[in-house]
Structures are given as structure tokens and as C-alpha cells.
Write a protein that binds this ligand. Structure first.
Ligand code: NAD
Length: 359
């Protein structure tokens, strides 16, 4: 019996969470769920969208399955998703993008895993506002140190890339490749221009790759070339490892290759905890309508099952999802030829069909 924290989230979160829980239970894996709320709905009660007891539960159980949580614009609370990553040091964002027969896409046979660094790079949030005292000071310091001219009317974002975080994420990518019988890791960067940040990422990746020589192949690609190659021949790529910003952009490109958000799973993983969640958000306009596709979250739970070593249950569940999608009958609106197709089923009914297929 596993003890796992379950955060249903808001918007369509509770519906897809319920669908996912039923699918996992149908595999026979026994889980004692610790169900806890986070997000806007709990602010009044706990004065924060991410109450301490939710964090403590994940720290204790080490595994969480999470529905999407809305980040209200301009209400001054930090995204729960970003806060979770920071508080639990979930440094690796893992996103597999796989073609499923029955999902409309221009491509077939895509099977790419994106491993994105989650803690630094331009995403570290170190920014200086145009005309601020700090921006002016920084511009002067840089002028002194580098004899480099930055226009007075500039806003500035800082891009830190460390050797330690680079080593940690590249090692994660190789270990994932080994454990999941993948063949190749491609390091994506712009080291030809950003020699001291992306250059460090690439040099570190090359060093780490030596430890896996003969077991996992290694190559690197400049990020712009990578974007073109993914569009031209995605089938030749396997595991990609990228710094934070490129990881963000290339992830969406890959989601596009396999037919969009509805079937895109994800995980944020650290050394002490892992949180599994779909790539998509809370789709508030569909809240309570039993309408959206539960597969992003169900496939995230497949990643979770593999993470805890339940490989055969993971395979059963993924095969069941693939089979329901391939049949194209009991699927939600987004997997039908047109969004208004009257034969589309709801979230619950699609989960019913998946449960029925699990043997
Ligand atoms: P979204 O992914 O919620 O929705 C965008 C559109 O994609 C929807 O309107 C819908 O048409 C479609 N869609 C999304 N999920 C679907 C599904 N499962 N099945 C079928 N169609 C689906 O993106 P958004 O509108 O930009 O964000 C809404 C809220 O979610 C925001 O507050 C955002 O901050 C939050 N968000 C949360 C997470 C998270 O919790 N990890 C991730 C992304 C966005």
C-alpha cells in the first residue's frame, strides 16, 4: 500500500483527478490517498494558496499527484505550481511526448522525452526594471567590468547557469535514459553565443556523458537548429536535456508535434519528492462540465506508477489509454475530427472506457 498526496486542484482539476484515481485503482495498485486542497479556494481559510500541511504531506509521502491550479492574474499570489517547485526543490521537469494513434497530428512515430532544468536560467526571476536605481547601478557596473555598453533605457534579466545544477539535470537525463531503455541523450544549447552560461551547460553535459559512454549515446544541438530538426525529422530524437528557457519553448513545440495539450503528461522531480501533473492548465471555462480530456493527467499517473516501480501497472494503464484513443469512439471532443462532434463523450465516460480496457 502506497501513501500518496492527491491535490485535486481547481477548474477542471477535480473532474480529471477523479477520472485518474479510478483508472489507477483499476490497475490493482493500492494507494492510500491523502487528499488535500491548494489554490485560490483555500486562501480565505489558510491565508495562503499553498498551506504548510500540503507541503508537509508531500515531503512525508515523497509523491504527489496534482490537478491543475489557476493562477489568478493580478491578485498578488505566487503561482502554487512555481512555489511547489521551489519549496520542494523539484529541479527536473520531465515531459514525454509520444504519438498515439488516433490523435490528429502531422507526425507519426514521435517518442521524445524532454528533460528541462527547473531552477535557474532566465527563469530565476532576477530582473531589473527600466529606469530603476538598481538597473542604472548594474549598467554602470557592467560598463566598468566589461567595457560593455548597455543602453540607459534597458530593462535587464539575468541568466545564471551553474555547473552544479547543469550536472544534476544532465545526470538525471542519463539516469532516466538508462532506466527507461532509451538510447540517446541530446543536449540543447546556444553555446556558440552564450559561452559562459550555455557553454558551461554543454561542457558539463559532455563530461557527464563520458560516464555513460557505451551505454547511452550523446550528441548536442544548437537550439535554433534543434527547433528546425524537430519539425523536419522528430523521429530521430530520443531524450533531450535543456536549460530552463529552451526547455519551456521546445516542450511546447513537441506538444504540437504529438497533437497538443490533451495527451501531454508531466512530472516535476527532485531528490526528495516528485509531483506528477498534466501539462495543461485548469481550463476554467470547462469547469464542472464533464467535458475535458482526462488523458494528460492519466498519463501523468502512468509516469508516477513507473516512478514508484509499478511498471506493469503503468504499462497496463498506458496501453488502455492508447487503445481507447486509437478506437476513437469513447473520446472527448478534442480527439474527435471536429470540436462539435456530437459523438464526443465526457471526462467520466472516457475514464469508464479506459477502466474497461484495463486487464
Ligand atoms: P489551459 O491549459 O487551462 O487551457 C487552454 C485551453 O486548452 C482550454 O481552454 C481548452 O480549450 C484546452 N484544454 C486544456 N486542457 C484540456 C483538456 N484536458 N482537454 C481538452 N482541452 C483542454 O491554459 P490557460 O487557459 O492558459 O490557463 C488556465 C489557468 O491554468 C491559468 O490560471 C494558468 O495559470 C493555470 N495553469 C496551471 C497549470 C498547473 O497547474 N500546472 C499549468 C498551466 C496553466
Amino acid at each position: 500500500m502506497y501513501k500518496i498526496t492527491l491535490i485535486p486542484g481547481d477548474g477542471v482539476g477535480p473532474e480529471i483527478t477523479e477520472a485518474t484515481r479510478r483508472c489507477i485503482e483499476a490497475t490493482g495498485v493500492e494507494i492510500d490517498w491523502e487528499i488535500l486542497d491548494a489554490g485560490e479556494n483555500v486562501i480565505e481559510k489558510y491565508k495562503t494558496p499553498l498551506p504548510k500541511h500540503v507541503l508537509e504531506s508531500i515531503k512525508k509521502n515523497k509523491i504527489a499527484l496534482k490537478g491543475p491550479i489557476t493562477t489568478p492574474v493580478g491578485k498578488g499570489f505566487r503561482s502554487v505550481n512555481v512555489a511547489l517547485r521551489k519549496e520542494l526543490n523539484l529541479y527536473a521537469c520531465l515531459r514525454p511526448y509520444k504519438s498515439y494513434r488516433g490523435v490528429r497530428s502531422k507526425y507519426e512515430n514521435v517518442d521524445i522525452v524532454v528533460v528541462r532544468e527547473n531552477t535557474e536560467d532566465l527563469y530565476a526571476g532576477i530582473e531589473f526594471k527600466k529606469d530603476s536605481k538598481e538597473a542604472r547601478e548594474l549598467i554602470n557596473v557592467i560598463k566598468k567590468l566589461k567595457a560593455a555598453e548597455i543602453r540607459e533605457d534597458s530593462g535587464i534579466s539575468i541568466k545564471p547557469i551553474s555547473e552544479s545544477a547543469s550536472r544534476r539535470i544532465v545526470k538525471f537525463a542519463f539516469e532516466y535514459a538508462l532506466k527507461n531503455k532509451r538510447k540517446k541523450v541530446t543536449c540543447v544549447h546556444k553555446a556558440n553565443i552564450m559561452k559562459y552560461s550555455d557553454g558551461l551547460f554543454l561542457d558539463t553535459a559532455r563530461e557527464v556523458a563520458k560516464e555513460y559512454e557505451g551505454r547511452i549515446a550523446f550528441e548536442d544541438r544548437i537550439v535554433d537548429n534543434m527547433a528546425m530538426q524537430l519539425v523536419q525529422k522528430p523521429e530521430i530524437y530520443d531524450v533531450l536535456v535543456l536549460p530552463n528557457l529552451y526547455g519551456d519553448i521546445i516542450s511546447d513545440l513537441c506538444a504540437g508535434l504529438v497533437g497538443g495539450l490533451g495527451v501531454a503528461p508531466g512530472a516535476n522531480i527532485g531528490d526528495r519528492a516528485a509531483v506528477f501533473e498534466a501539462t495543461h492548465g485548469s481550463a476554467p471555462k470547462y469547469k464542472g462540465m464533464n467535458k475535458v480530456n482526462p488523458c494528460g493527467m492519466i498519463l501523468s499517473s502512468v509516469l508516477m506508477l513507473r516512478h514508484i516501480g509499478e511498471d506493469s501497472a503503468a504499462k497496463k494503464l498506458e496501453d488502455a489509454v492508447a487503445s481507447v484513443i486509437a478506437e476513437g469512439k469513447s473520446v472527448t471532443y478534442d480527439l474527435k475530427p471536429t470540436p462539435n462532434d456530437p459523438t464526443a463523450v465526457g471526462t467520466k465516460e472516457m475514464a469508464d472506457a479506459i477502466v474497461k480496457k484495463i486487464k
